[in-house]
Design a protein around this ligand. Structure first.
Ligand code: NAD
Length: 249
């Protein structure tokens, strides 16, 4: 039986671990030809052993983005997953924290999208469909969270960028949606918990804000990426899609 993404070529940023990696594997399992990229090539080696195409890509490196984007050809799908969480309220947030958050979470998304969009539009002209999924968060314009000043600001910008691309290209067959997960158990979340003054309490606090009583696992989120990249979601564009375990009920 054909997979739900058979025949589609999809590029994913930050595919080395966490949700990017789970999405890369889920897309490949549904028949997509996946270009999995990450800043850390060591995290990609077993993906290439599993048959995915991989490329080292730091999304903040404009030259590398242009090179990998050009090499990617005319894509059917793009998952802009790269992002970083910086802790702190507006008074704690240093200029460096603010700049890093913007560089990785939103400026890079602007550059990666610009690099591959002309090819995606050519592909949409040929096939009638192309889809972009941008990683936002429930911590964004959707909802405010303590100590997420730079993070929430940049993830709100992701939703704005997504809606702009969706509006500009809806008539060309290109869709764009933003994905807004709740708290997901990934390597960087584990680092944030381990770095807290009281890690056990920090983990309890993360779980306590999830009404379902647990953190998400990456495989709670990857199916939504598959859906949004597939033609099953063909009537959806410009949406901020929450997969948050009920936080925003
Ligand atoms: P993670 O943070 O554990 O891993 C991030 C990956 O990004 C790593 O493989 C890392 O090498 C890569 N990366 C970091 N900077 C990069 C750069 N400049 N260029 C390319 N790759 C880079 O994974 P995660 O927690 O699944 O986070 C992925 C995305 O999901 C981020 O955008 C994050 O903001 C967002 N998000 C996370 C959560 C959560 O609770 N974990 C919730 C909502 C949204």
């Amino acid at each position: 039986m054909a997979g739900r993404l058979s025949g589609k070529r999809i590029m994913i940023t930050a595919a080395g671990q966490g949700m990017g990696r789970a999405a890369a594997l889920a897309c490949a399992a549904e028949g997509a030809e996946v270009l999995a990229t990450d800043r850390d090539p060591g995290l990609l080696s077993d993906l290439s052993a599993s048959g995915l195409t991989t490329a080292q890509l730091d999304v903040t490196d404009a030259d590398a983005v242009a090179r990998v984007g050009a090499g990617a050809g005319d894509l059917d799908g793009l998952f802009n997953c790269a992002g970083v969480v910086v802790n702190g309220d507006i008074l704690d947030c240093t200029q460096a924290d603010w700049d890093t958050s913007f560089a990785i979470n939103i400026h890079a998304m602007f550059h990666v999208t610009r690099a591959v969009l002309p090819g995606m539009l050519r592909q949409a002209d040929r096939t009638g469909a192309a889809s972009i999924v941008n990683m936002a968060s429930m911590a964004s314009s959707v909802k405010g969270f303590v100590n997420r000043c730079a993070y929430g600001t940049t993830k709100a910008a992701v939703i704005g960028l997504t809606k702009s691309v969706a509006a500009d290209f809806v008539q060309r067959g290109l869709r764009a949606n933003a994905l807004c997960p709740g708290t997901v158990d990934t390597p960087s979340l584990r680092e944030r918990i381990a770095g807290a003054p009281d890690p056990a309490q920090a983990e309890r606090d993360f779980v306590a804000r999830q009404p379902m009583g647990r953190l998400a696992v990456v495989d709670d989120i990857a199916p939504m990426v598959v859906y949004l990249l597939s033609d099953e979601s063909r009537f959806m564009t410009g949406q901020a899609v929450l997969v948050d375990g009920g936080v925003t009920i």
